[in-house]
Design a protein around this ligand. Structure first.
Ligand SMILES: [Zn+2]
Length: 207
C-alpha cells in the first residue's frame, strides 16, 4: 500500500522545492489570501487547475465537484458546499474572475448522458447532482446533428453553470458593474488543449 507514502514523498519534494522557491510568497500568504480568480473544476484526477493553469500559491480559489457544475441559486433547505464557496469567493474574497473549467472524457458527464435516475427522490447523490444538467442533456440528446454527445454535453454543462452562476444576485450585480468577469473553458485531456468559450458566438475556441 505505497499510495499514502507516495503523497508524503510528494509533500517532502514540495517542502524542498516549491515552498522554498516561493518562500516570500508563502510568508505573505500566512497573513491572508486575496486570490483574484475563482476556478470551478471537476474532481477528476487529470484536471487539477493548479497544474493546467500553472498557478502560483494563493492565485486561485478553487472549488471542485463532479462534472464542474454550479447549482442554481437556492436559499432553501439542504447543504450548499458549492454555493457557499461562491458566496465567500465573490462577497468575502472579492474575486474578479470566475472560471468554469469543463474537460474531455468527463465521467460525470458520461454518467449524466447514460441517464441514471436523473434526480428522482430516493436515488443516489450522484444522480441528484447530475440533475443540474438534465435540461441541457435532453436538448443535446434530441439534436440529431450532434454526433459527439459527450463533448456537446461537457460544453453545454459549462454554459449551464455560467447561467446558474448568474442566478446568484451578487454575481449578477458584480458582473453588471464590471467588477466580476465569468469565463467558460474546456480542457481536452487527449491532446492537452484548452479551449475558451466565446459566449457571443456560443463556441469554444482553442487558445
Ligand atoms: Zn469530470
Amino acid at each position: 500500500m505505497p499510495e499514502f507514502a507516495q503523497l508524503i514523498d510528494g509533500y517532502r519534494r514540495f517542502r524542498s522545492d516549491n515552498y522554498q522557491r516561493f518562500r516570500d510568497r508563502w510568508d505573505e500568504l500566512a497573513h491572508g489570501q486575496q486570490p483574484p480568480v475563482m476556478i470551478i473544476a471537476c474532481c477528476d484526477s487529470r484536471v487539477d487547475p493548479a497544474t493546467v493553469f500553472d498557478t502560483l500559491p494563493g492565485q486561485a480559489f478553487v472549488v471542485r465537484n463532479v462534472a464542474n457544475l454550479v447549482p442554481p441559486y437556492d436559499i432553501h433547505g439542504r447543504l450548499h458546499g458549492v454555493s457557499s464557496a461562491i458566496e465567500f469567493g465573490v462577497t468575502g474574497l472579492g474575486v474578479r474572475h470566475i472560471v468554469v473549467m469543463g474537460h474531455g472524457a468527463c465521467g460525470g458527464i458520461a454518467a449524466a448522458l447514460k441517464g441514471g435516475d436523473q434526480g428522482r427522490p430516493g436515488t443516489s447523490f450522484l444522480d441528484q447532482w447530475l440533475a443540474i444538467v438534465a435540461d441541457v442533456r435532453a436538448v443535446v440528446l434530441a439534436n440529431p446533428k450532434i454526433t459527439d454527445k459527450q463533448l456537446a454535453l461537457e460544453q453545454a454543462a459549462v454554459r449551464q453553470s455560467l447561467a446558474n452562476l448568474r442566478t446568484f444576485p451578487y454575481v449578477a450585480e458584480k458582473e453588471t458593474a464590471a467588477e466580476l468577469k465569468l469565463h467558460g473553458c474546456h480542457f481536452a485531456i487527449a491532446d492537452g488543449r484548452l479551449s475558451v468559450l466565446d459566449e457571443a458566438e456560443e463556441s469554444f475556441r482553442p487558445v
